[in-house]
Design a protein around this ligand. Structure first.
Ligand SMILES: Nc1ncnc2c1ncn2[C@@H]1O[C@H](COP(=O)(O)OP(=O)(O)O)[C@@H](O)[C@H]1O
Ligand SMILES: [Mg+2]
Length: 393
């Protein structure tokens, strides 16, 4: 089946899309990767998203306008990658859309809202579209996150002989951990680049949106007293399953902890990079992870990767590129797999990871121009093979 998976993460830097041929061979998901495409939001849309994100107030009119504009942007990206990978004929698109609010109280997620009306994607591409992928798991008592645990568990195994962790460094960091005597567990760790990006944007008046190559953090010095203040955050002490987002970790969060104190931007970025590394390392150590596989935009930040590695001597750290999956397209692949399972009537949520009472078939289906085919009788997969990696670009 010709499938496109798409997401814009909490960093809302770009829509990541992947095109793949996916098939089920017995209980193995076999994937041939065809294309990866990353398309930044136009400035106007980027700013419109920034304007509604917490702690900002917004209006229903703005929410409606954004739902349309984001849906249309995703639709163009879907059409572009469908043209390049499948001569315009994709069977299925699974779109995560853009999270604008994730409603969490303590260790319970009560609601989650992704914008980007999937009907625009169906209209533009003719493909069946799966959207609203988090809602059902949340309705089943889960966090609707981290959904990447599906791919992580398939790739690392449910009961491997060593304790293995899969780390995603996006705006928020999340991990999935599997081991010989452990039910798979997954949760959001804390901010990876969310606070870094917020500080860089604020201190450069929006000229820069992230600390490219971690250069500024590398120049700065960690303020240990401030770092301790950041680490004193009740979220880190909560037991998993748990999830968080920009509702908690935003610019004002940093300003509140600075409490009027002046600090050099490079030093602040060094301190926040240390915070990201320290929180990841603490959870990796707590679960005794021996092998760590990293993905997400944060893997492109050498300072962050160095800070994580220096806190985890003896832990083998690789990136997911070693499994044939480019680190920045992992999440898009997750949604391609989820969409595929959904239209085959198969559950895609890992209940022990999201905290749901059971594993659900995820998403809402928007029909394309042709009727959905019945796909009864497919076996739930227990492993994943990347048969074809992406062609070198
Ligand atoms: N070359 C780079 N140097 C430093 N940071 C980077 C680099 N490339 C990406 N990033 C960081 O990764 C973030 C995007 O990562 P991504 O995995 O797309 O997160 P999300 O899923 O939240 O959108 C950027 O906002 C930025 O902070
Ligand atoms: Mg992103």
């Amino acid at each position: 089946m010709r499938v496109i998976g798409m997401i814009s993460g909490t960093s809302y830097d770009a829509v990541e899309a992947i095109a793949a041929d996916i098939e089920l061979d017995g209980a193995t998901l076999v994937v041939d990767l065809r294309q990866h495409l990353s398309v930044a939001y136009p400035d106007e849309l980027h700013d419109a998203i920034a304007a509604v994100l917490p702690p900002a107030a917004t209006t229903i009119e703005q929410v409606c306008r954004l739902d349309t504009k984001i849906g249309q942007h995703f639709a163009e990206v879907a059409a572009t990658i469908a043209g390049a990978a499948f001569d315009g004929r994709a069977d299925l698109v699974c779109s995560h859309g853009q999270t604008v609010f994730h409603w969490v109280e303590g260790t319970h997620a009560l609601g989650t809202l992704q914008l980007g009306q999937p009907a625009f994607i169906a209209e533009r591409t003719g493909a069946t579209v799966v959207g609203d992928v988090r809602a059902r798991d949340l309705a089943a008592g889960g966090h609707g996150a981290p959904l990447a645990s599906l791919l992580d568990v398939l790739l690392l195994g449910t009961r491997p002989d060593r304790v293995r962790g899969s780390l995603n460094l996006g705006g928020i960091s999340n991990v999935t951990i599997v081991g010989p005597s452990l039910e798979p567990v997954a949760f959001d760790v804390g901010p990876a680049s969310a606070l870094l990006d917020a500080v860089v944007s604020a201190r450069t008046g929006g000229r820069d949106t992230f600390d490219r190559d971690g250069a500024r953090a590398a120049r700065g010095a960690v303020d240990e007293e401030l770092l301790a203040r950041f680490l004193d955050e009740p979220y880190y002490a909560l037991e998993p399953p748990k999830s968080t987002g920009k509702e908690l970790f935003h610019l004002q969060y940093v300003l509140d902890r600075l409490d009027g104190r002046e600090i050099d931007t490079d030093d602040l970025l060094a301190t926040l990079t240390a915070l990201s590394a320290e929180t990841v390392a603490a959870d990796v150590k707590r679960f005794g992870v021996e092998d760590l596989v990293a993905a997400g935009g944060g893997t492109k930040n050498p300072t962050m990767m160095r800070e994580i590695a220096s806190r985890l001597p003896g832990v083998s750290i690789r990136t997911i590129d070693d499994y044939g999956i480019p680190a920045t397209s992992k999440e898009a692949l997750v949604f391609a797999l989820i969409g595929f399972l959904t239209v085959h009537g198969l559950p895609a949520a890992v209940a022990s990871c999201t905290g749901a009472t059971h594993s659900s078939i995820l998403g809402s289906i928007v029909p394309g121009t042709t009727p959905l085919r019945a796909t009864n009788g497919a076996l739930a997969p227990t492993s994943l093979v990347i048969r074809t990696p992406l062609p070198a670009s």
